[in-house]
Design a protein around this ligand. Structure first.
Ligand code: ADP
Ligand code: MG
Length: 298
C-alpha cells in the first residue's frame, strides 16, 4: 500500500471511531488470525451489579452489608463499587452518608480486600483468598458459589473474624453484539480466546454464552501477556483486546493491541488501536480496514 492509501485508511478508521496509531498497526491488523479478549469490560458491559445475597449466619442483613460496604468503599475495583451501591439501598438512615470506619485496609490484587471494621476482621473476595487465610468454606457457601458460576455470575465470599458469613452474587452481562462479533470472526477464520482474572466457573459460563471455546481464567496480568506470547510462539499473529490496567502488558506483547475507548488511560496508551465506541464490531471494522488498505479490496 502507498503512504497515501495508509493515510486514507487511518482517516476512514478515525471517522468510524477506530483510532489507529500509525501505519504499522494498520498493516499488522490484516494478518491477525487469533484474538485474545479480556472478559470484564471488554466482552461484558463492565458495570457489575449485585443480583443476590445469601446470609449463612444468624445476623442482621443491615449489619452484614454495612461491614461489607465499609471495607469495599476503600477499593477502586468495579466489584467493590457494585457492592457499595447494593449496600446503600439497605441503609436505614439515608441521612447518614458515612460507613463505619475501616482500619488497616488491604487490597489483594486479583483476590479481594480486607480491613478491620468495628473491631471485626472483614475479609471478602474469592475462594483462594479464603483458603490463603485458612478460612474454611462451608458446604452451603460452596453450593451457592457453584450456582452463581453456572449463571455466569461472580460469587463473592464474605467472612467476619475468619468465618464465612455470606455470599454476594454479582452479574456483569455480555455487551450487546458480543456474540455476533465472535461468530463473524469465526467465519473469517480468526480464533477467539478469552482471558480473565475471574474464576474458572464464571469464565466458562460467559465463554459459552458468547461462543468462545478457549478460556484462561484466574489469570494475573503477566499470565495474560504470557498467553499472547505462547500463541505467537506457536505461529499465530495475535491481537489483544482489553480495557484494564491488567491488560496493558498483553496489549504491548500482542502484534496488534486494541484498547476499548471507555477503558483505563493505561490500556489506551499501551494499545496500537483504540476502539472509541467500545463495541466489539469495531474489532472487525479495524481488520476489514486493514484488509482493504493492503489488498485493495472494496
Ligand atoms: P477481572 O480480570 O475480572 O477484572 P480481577 O483480576 O480484578 O478480575 O479479580 C479477580 C477476582 O478477585 C474477582 O473476580 C473477585 O472474585 C476477586 N476480587 C478482586 N477484587 C475484589 C474486591 N475489591 N472485592 C471482592 N472481590 C474482589
Ligand atoms: Mg477488563
Amino acid at each position: 500500500a502507498t503512504p497515501t492509501a495508509v493515510m486514507v485508511g487511518t482517516g476512514v478508521g478515525a471517522s468510524e471511531g477506530v483510532l489507529i496509531k500509525g501505519g504499522k498497526a494498520l498493516e499488522s491488523a490484516h494478518k491477525v488470525n487469533c484474538i485474545v479478549f479480556d472478559k470484564t469490560g471488554t466482552l461484558t458491559v463492565g458495570k457489575p451489579v449485585v443480583v443476590n445475597r445469601r446470609l449463612l449466619r444468624n445476623m442482621l442483613l443491615q449489619e452484614f452489608l454495612e461491614l461489607t460496604a465499609a471495607t469495599e468503599v476503600n477499593s477502586e475495583h468495579p466489584l467493590a463499587k457494585a457492592i457499595v451501591e447494593y449496600a446503600k439501598k439497605f441503609r436505614e438512615d439515608d441521612e447518614n452518608p458515612a460507613w463505619p470506619e475501616a482500619q488497616d485496609f488491604v487490597s489483594i490484587t486479583g483476590h479481594g480486600v480486607k480491613a478491620i471494621v468495628r473491631n471485626k476482621e472483614i475479609i471478602l473476595g474469592n475462594k483462594s483468598l479464603m483458603l490463603s487465610h485458612n478460612i474454611a468454606i462451608p458446604m452451603d457457601a460452596e453450593e451457592i458459589l457453584a450456582e452463581a458460576e453456572r449463571l455466569a455470575q461472580t460469587g463473592i465470599l464474605v467472612s467476619i473474624d475468619r468465618e464465612v458469613v455470606g455470599v454476594l452474587a454479582i452479574s456483569d452481562p455480555l455487551k450487546p453484539g458480543a456474540e455476533e462479533a465472535i461468530s463473524i470472526l469465526k467465519s473469517m477464520k480468526i480464533k477467539s480466546i478469552m482471558v480473565t482474572g475471574d474464576n474458572w466457573g464464571t469464565a466458562n459460563s460467559i465463554a459459552k454464552e458468547v461462543g468462545i471455546e478457549t478460556v484462561v481464567a484466574e489469570a494475573k496480568p503477566e499470565q495474560k501477556s504470557e498467553k499472547v506470547k505462547d500463541l505467537q510462539a506457536s505461529g499465530y499473529i495475535v491481537a489483544m483486546v482489553g480495557d484494564g490496567i491488567n491488560d496493558s502488558p498483553a496489549l504491548v506483547a500482542a502484534d496488534v493491541g486494541m484498547a476499548i475507548g471507555a477503558g483505563t488511560d493505561i490500556a489506551i496508551e499501551a494499545a496500537d488501536i483504540v476502539l472509541m465506541k467500545s463495541n466489539l464490531e469495531d474489532v472487525i471494522t479495524a481488520i476489514d480496514l486493514s484488509r482493504r488498505t493492503f489488498f485493495h479490496i472494496r
